[in-house]
Write a protein that binds this ligand. Structure first.
Ligand SMILES: Nc1ncnc2c1ncn2[C@@H]1O[C@H](COP(=O)(O)OP(=O)(O)OP(=O)(O)O)[C@@H](O)[C@H]1O
Ligand SMILES: [Mg+2]
Length: 338
């Protein structure tokens, strides 16, 4: 290779996402692009670069390496980012390098996982504790009080249903996250909507809510049929559950030039403005008591959002408290044959 074509070390370092800074006798002599961005180097005082790092733990690590020549590792916060830093000395020289990696997104995912496990364990514990307590009382009541015993069996069954629903939702979530989908499969969205409307019939009737689909033509979609079923069934179930006697639910779907639109609207309880941002979070319920009574765990909409995003789409919600709610899903359909 012609040496004129060999890129300089500096230009190579500028292409990597890790920040690299070099200090010589306490003066900053080199910083790659990632370092300049991460530490806002343009605003640095060149006479006092180490102090200007602005983080006591990092400054201490640099000073320790400078005086002792030992490798130091610290994780610090720099301008809202979580940064993993290592400082080391070039052997036999007064040159110290700082290598820093932005691990903010990794940290965020880990925090979410920790939260999720804590929430899921709590949600699982409640029905399990209920079942255990009821089973113990049932043993005593069976001989002495058969009527009470029967009521207990009924409650055990209710708790077990909640438990199995929660486990099913966790599995749904897992399946979607794992990206287990059958790509390339063509299906009729209209059929799925009509099928789900029929399935919700008994629940809707018992709550005196009418449900109808307004989808005149078949809509052939290529993608994950399972994801689509999950989306439609969760939105319809919510629209029926959080409704009022005499209320109505309508699902429409249509094909637009570059996307498919699915709208589920209801004339139900509505959602207050301050909750709208949060309802897609896992385990978030607006009215804990009512949702729990309705068998809700607060996972449905987070599963819906996952499924929508996995198909490259978006979901939005509009609502008026006491009047009703409207969920709109948009899925891009480039490359789909009608
Ligand atoms: N159509 C709607 N009308 C009014 N409130 C709604 C509607 N859809 C959702 N919500 C509110 O948003 C919360 C979150 O909904 P989500 O579907 O995630 O959980 P859930 O229905 O409580 O439980 P799950 O779906 O896991 O059984 C619900 O508890 C409810 O308070
Ligand atoms: Mg729900």
């Amino acid at each position: 290779m012609n040496s004129a074509n060999v890129p300089s070390l500096g230009s190579i370092l500028d292409t990597i996402p890790t920040a690299v800074i070099e200090f010589d006798h306490g003066s900053l002599v080199y910083a790659n692009q990632a370092a300049r961005r991460l530490f806002s180097l343009d605003r640095w005082d060149p006479d006092n670069p180490v102090a200007a790092l602005g983080n006591a733990a990092l400054v201490h690590a640099l000073e320790t390496t400078t005086t002792t020549g030992t490798l130091q590792e610290v994780t610090v916060e720099v301008h809202d980012s979580v940064v993993q830093c290592a400082t080391s000395q070039v052997p036999g020289k007064a040159v110290v390098t700082l290598v820093a990696t932005d691990i903010t997104s990794v940290e965020r995912v880990q925090a979410m996982r920790r939260d999720f496990v804590a929430n899921a364990s709590h949600e699982l514990k409640t029905p399990v504790t209920g079942i255990l307590a009821l089973a113990e009382s049932l043993e005593l009541a069976m001989e002495r009080d058969p009527v009470r015993a029967k009521q207990m069996v009924h409650r055990i069954r209710k708790e077990a249903v909640r438990l199995s629903q929660l486990v099913r939702e966790l599995l749904d979530l897992n399946r979607i996250e794992e990206g287990e989908r059958r790509e390339g499969e063509g299906f009729d969205l209209r059929f799925i909507c009509l099928d789900q409307v029929a399935r919700i019939g008994t629940l809707a009737e018992s709550l005196h809510v009418t449900v109808r689909a307004d989808i005149p033509d078949p809509i052939i979609v290529v993608g994950s049929r399972e994801n689509m079923k999950t989306i439609v069934s969760n939105l319809l179930t919510n629209a029926v559950k959080y409704n009022k006697p005499g209320g109505e639910v309508v699902i429409t779907a249509c094909r637009q030039p570059t996307r498919i639109e699915i709208v589920v609207r209801d004339t139900g309880l509505g959602i207050a403005e301050e909750h709208l941002d949060r309802i897609f979070e896992r385990f978030y319920r607006v009215d804990q008591a009512r949702s729990r009574e309705a068998g809700g765990t607060g996972l449905g909409l987070s599963i819906v959002r996952h499924a929508v995003e996995q198909m490259g789409g978006t979901i939005t919600v509009e609502s008026a408290l006491g009047q009703g709610t409207r969920f709109s899903v948009h899925i891009p359909v480039e490359g789909n044959d009608v």
